[in-house]
Design a protein around this ligand. Structure first.
Ligand code: FAD
Length: 317
């Protein structure tokens, strides 16, 4: 199954809508067994792809590849590799993309990346690879040089030269604006530039209300963005997680969810609130025409699968 989402083909019905997941490589020294169990559980619901994050500064490059290889070798799911500009020069990023292609990875999420805490942009931008749009073009070029053609067996002794499977290049999109954007219009212009560079679909930053995503998609379409825009959903299952996520993404506090989590005394009750919130969001964005849902899984399958069950996307036992 191709990982690329199609602009709403499921008619807004949540049952069987396409899903995908994001996971991250475990920290050094942490055994991979639990993550492997999570990957197996996520793969069992037949997602379009499972994406693996990439630490800014290239610190997790090798570890990302290990997880991507595991997905490739032990499941039927397409792995999708995040790659960042931060910490990479053109030369370094080209070598990394070749390494991923050599391993059989054909799907990428091209990102600018953020400077790691305690560094400045000058420490991490080497000067020649600065935006996600440049990285999209680079992935496209490296792929074309790496494997422009393949030989297909036609009859015994005869081969035909065929175009090799094209890479899929996703990019990030920001329904509520990137925190460093000067104007809301900048985010749409940046997405247009990434589309022009060859991006095949976009995955959004998390958001808390369906209108934020649906309004953004409408503005993108009016501006000429035609690629599918997959909504990124993050189940927030505790007030601590909400605080941490807001710190990382600089999104505004969703007061309804924050209050509901704060007044609920039990961890199990908070988890249920988070699952119900994400399930409602999933149903609403699908009803509004989203081409599927992409869930940030935090290396845990129980919560995201519960969201999909409650949203009516997966049949529950
Ligand atoms: P771009 O497309 O180059 O820019 C995005 C927007 O930022 C534009 O609107 C631009 O105008 C605005 N902008 C203006 N000034 C700046 C500035 N100084 N810095 C950045 N942006 C500016 N990060 C990781 O390190 N690893 C990951 O694996 C990862 N995965 C992600 C997955 C998703 C789905 C999303 C949405 C984000 C992810 N990020 C990840 C975070 C991402 O790298 C940051 O949000 C980054 O700041 C912007 O990346 P971009 O590719 O959208 O950049």
């Amino acid at each position: 199954m191709s990982p690329t989402p199609h602009n709403a083909t499921h008619g807004g019905d949540p049952a069987g809508a396409p899903v995908s997941f994001e996971i991250y490589p475990p920290r050094p020294g942490v055994p991979h067994d639990r993550l492997h169990a999570t990957i197996a559980a996520l793969a069992a619901v037949d997602p379009r792809f499972i994406s693996v994050t990439f630490g800014a500064g290239g610190s997790t490059g090798g570890r990302s590849l290990e997880v991507l290889r595991h997905i490739l070798e032990s499941t039927d799911v397409e792995p999708l590799a995040h790659i960042t500009c931060v910490g990479n020069s053109y030369g370094g990023a080209s070598a990394l993309i070749r390494e991923f292609l050599d391993a059989g990875i054909l799907n990428f999420l091209a990102l600018r990346g953020d400077p790691p805490v305690g560094t400045t942009p000058d420490d991490v931008y080497t000067g020649d690879l600065e935006s996600a749009a440049q990285l999209v073009q680079l992935i496209d070029r490296v792929q074309a040089e790496h494997s422009p053609y393949a030989e297909e067996g036609v009859l015994p002794g005869a081969v035909r030269v065929a175009r090799r499977h094209e890479v899929q290049i996703a990019v990030a999109a920001f329904p509520n604006g990137h925190p460093r954007s000067r104007r809301a219009r900048d985010d749409i212009d940046t997405l247009l530039a990434k589309q022009a560079a060859g991006a095949t679909f976009a995955i959004t930053q998390l958001f808390f209300h369906a209108d934020q995503y649906l309004g953004f998609v409408e503005r993108c379409r009016a501006a000429g963005v035609t690629i599918p825009i997959l909504p990124g959903l993050m189940p927030i299952t505790s007030p601590q997680r909400l605080r941490r996520v807001l710190e990382l993404t600089e999104e505004s506090l969703p007061s309804d969810l924050a209050i509901a989590l704060d007044v609920e005394p039990t961890a199990e009750g908070q988890r249920e609130i988070g699952i119900a919130h994400s399930a409602r969001l999933a149903r609403d964005v699908l009803a509004g025409g989203a081409p599927g849902v992409h869930l940030f899984a935090f290396n845990n399958h129980d919560t995201v699968l519960a969201v999909l069950g409650e949203a009516g996307i997966l049949a529950t036992a």
